[in-house]
Design a protein around this ligand. Structure first.
Ligand SMILES: Cc1cc2nc3c(=O)[nH]c(=O)nc-3n(C[C@H](O)[C@H](O)[C@H](O)COP(=O)(O)O)c2cc1C
Length: 361
């Protein structure tokens, strides 16, 4: 009912609110015997953390994870893993001015229409703070996928507003606050963001995420197609307005002779499918692209209404990300990892541990 649980065999249940005492996740279904400690998870949380550059929200959260259960003497036990992250820098007074009004583009209006009452502090349950537990759970999935299948999941920003970011090298991604795979473009991105902040406005972005080395055979034929589950989890991320896999919307103008990836005894000749055919992984890299909208909380005055239905002008002050896409890369990586681990376990449950019966490629 609440829509806070993801996955069938690797199940992640997310809880908490932006300005409550803590947020977290319960991860159920992780196989026993995986070496796991808080540092494994902290590594990924630190990549998502706010307050790490002038281009993101200045909320200072340590995002320290505590493992409360499911790990004994450094190994997962197969029982639920409870992950807790305490909120330490909530400034609820920042939200008193907008408690009675609805920010255009934010969840305030729809939460109020559905629930009647809402917790406006920090966006309550609609806050992107709730992506931290997803990143924590995704860290477990990433580690398990890497150890059991050699799968590497990594992402990068390919566009910031009007600026297309050329892919130059994976090595550059960790060297700048944008997760841009090009060093040369960074000064342009910085100048764009500095002007945007002066304008009190926000901007959208595009993030790519790739899973390398997946085996063929993961996914289900119909409603739980692997690509459907990937789209579901990505659309579940705050501010995502579009998800595409492989060639995505470019397939509209492609011909069959161009789009269909030819197969040779040595392997596929292209990857327009993005690694998924018929809802099942082909063994090629799984490539996903995500469109992220501009932040709704901006200093520029916007028309809205209050709870009584009267017209008001809304101006959002406080600490916000001027481009939420800047912090999205580790989150989309984590979400892809959670979906892939769930399907890995589902494949194992149905087909055994040996992989596809015939694997000529
Ligand atoms: C990493 C990340 C950070 C975000 N930070 C903010 C923010 O500072 N201010 C804001 O208004 N929205 C922010 N958002 C977006 C809102 O959470 C989101 O727009 C809101 O919940 C409404 O949901 P929707 O955009 O999916 O319709 C952020 C999203 C992400 C993924």
């Amino acid at each position: 009912m609440s829509g806070s649980t993801l996955g069938k065999l690797f199940c992640v249940t997310n809880f908490g609110e932006s300005h409550g005492p803590a947020i977290g996740a319960v991860v159920d279904g992780c196989p026993p015997g995986l070496a796991l400690c808080e540092a494994d998870i902290q590594l990924e949380l630190d990549r998502r953390r706010p307050g790490t550059s002038r281009h993101v929200t200045q909320r200072q959260e340590a995002d320290q994870v505590e493992i409360l259960s499911g790990v004994y003497q450094g190994l997962t036990t197969g029982t639920p893993i409870a992950l807790l992250i305490r909120n330490t820098d909530a400034r609820s007074k920042d939200y008193s001015a907008i408690a009675d009004t609805f920010r255009p583009g934010h969840a305030d209006y729809t939460y109020w229409r559905k629930f009647g009452e809402r917790d406006p502090r920090g966006g309550g349950r609609s806050s992107a703070r709730l992506t931290a537990p997803s990143v924590a759970a995704g860290a477990i999935a990433k580690k398990w996928l890497a150890q059991t299948h050699g799968i590497v999941i990594r992402g990068y920003m390919s566009q910031l507003g009007p600026i297309a970011i050329p892919f130059e090298s994976w090595d550059e991604v960790a060297n700048n606050p944008f997760y841009a795979p090009s060093a040369a473009i960074v000064p342009e991105l910085e100048a764009f963001m500095d002007q945007l902040r002066r304008d009190g406005d926000s901007i959208g972005a595009r993030i790519e995420v790739v899973a390398e080395n997946p085996p063929a055979g993961w996914g289900e034929p119909l409603y739980d197609r692997l690509d459907a589950d990937i789209a579901h989890v990505m659309m579940g991320l705050n501010a995502v307005k579009g998800v595409s896999i492989g060639a995505g919307f470019d397939c509209i103008t492609q011909r069959g002779s161009e789009h269909g990836d030819e197969i040779t005894p040595q392997g596929f000749l292209s990857n327009n499918a993005g690694g998924v055919l018929g809802g099942i992984s082909s063994g090629q890299a799984i490539t996903v692209s995500v469109a992220i909208k501009p932040t709704s909380s901006i200093r520029i005055e916007r028309q809205s209404i209050n709870r009584a239905g009267d017209p008001v002008v809304v101006q959002t002050l406080g600490r916000h990300d001027p481009c939420v896409g800047i912090r999205a890369t580790p989150i989309v990586e984590a979400l892809l990892a959670i979906v892939l681990m769930d399907h890995a376990l589902r494949f194992r449950a149905q087909c055994g541990t040996n992989g596809p019966a015939a694997a000529p490629l």
